[in-house]
Design a protein around this ligand. Structure first.
Ligand code: SAM
Length: 266
């Protein structure tokens, strides 16, 4: 762990492996298995980290290019939450400044250990530090970072609206005053269409409409909205899951709306 980050932790880790801090949070993250790990290490990590040829993020959200450039140019250490196998926005920022130091985190220790294996063997000169902890209860001091980044990190946490609000509040807490959350977060465009496909399929709908929209969740925090008007809508298909398969079968478009949020801590 880079000294810059060591000083920002507020709690002792349960375990330090290869310099990475682990806080024993596997139960709150995705339940990955050895097949996932084999796939990541054989191709996915490499494809995900090398965005030089295809910066799809920038074509989906033109403003993401500007903000990633700003983070890269300032070169301040940043925090990536719920980094997953894609490592969120980190590849897009590193591509613009390979020397930038970051702390990439996820609740899953399997994922973080696999990233460590990949980094040590393939990109050992990278400045990516790693830790496993819960984004809803970060073991970090208040006012630690200028930037926190995420790619559908908060949307994928599991404790319903309360959990997502808690994650947003944690992001607010660990940001310095004037610091930014830069995240793409997702929600379905129209939950009544999901009801419709499940009715047609004669199945019970297990998708629950969130009690609060993203706008309402952000309004429940003290964040100032810098940008929330860039969206990318992707229709679910049978490649996604059962809902996508029904959508294909009944010819109903189920759009997942991804929004780029740039939020500033007052
Ligand atoms: C689908 S991925 C999100 C996409 C990811 N940022 C990427 O770029 O690939 C979801 C990730 O969120 C992590 N996660 C879920 N709940 C979490 C939590 N409470 N705290 C931290 N990470 C969490 C999961 O372990 C998983 O790796």
């Amino acid at each position: 762990m880079d000294k810059i980050f060591m000083d920002l932790f507020s709690k002792e880790p349960l375990e330090i492996l290869d310099g990475d801090y682990h806080y024993g949070t596997d139960d709150v993250g995705d339940q990955f298995d050895e097949h996932d790990e084999a796939r990541w290490l054989s191709s996915r990590f490499k494809e995900n980290i090398d965005v030089s040829k295809e910066p799809w993020l920038f074509s989906w959200f033109p403003m993401s290019q500007e903000i990633c450039q700003k983070i890269a140019d300032e070169g301040k250490p940043f925090l990536e939450i719920a980094c997953g196998p894609g490592m969120g926005l980190t590849p897009f920022i590193r591509n613009k400044n390979p020397e930038i130091v970051c702390l990439a985190t996820d609740a899953s220790s399997r994922l973080i250990k696999a990233w460590r294996k990949y980094i040590n063997s393939q990109i050992s000169d990278s400045k990516i530090n790693l830790a496993s902890f819960n984004a809803l209860d970060m073991p970090l001091k208040d006012h630690s970072f200028d930037y926190v980044t995420s790619y559908i990190g908060i949307s994928n946490t599991r404790d319903g609206v309360e959990g997502k609000l808690q994650a947003l509040k944690e992001v607010y807490r660990v940001l310095k005053p004037g610091g930014y959350f830069v995240g793409v977060e997702a929600d379905f465009e129209d939950y009544s269409k999901i009801d419709e496909v499940f009715k047609l399929a004669g199945r019970e709908n297990y998708y629950v409409k969130p009690e609060l929209s993203w706008a309402e969740k952000i309004a429940a925090t003290d964040f100032e909205i810098v940008s929330d008007d860039q969206h990318y809508i992707r229709n679910f298909t049978s490649d996604d899951n059962e809902l996508g398969a029904y959508a294909d079968q009944f010819g109903i478009e189920i759009g997942l709306k991804n929004t780029l949020y740039i939020l500033r801590k007052k």
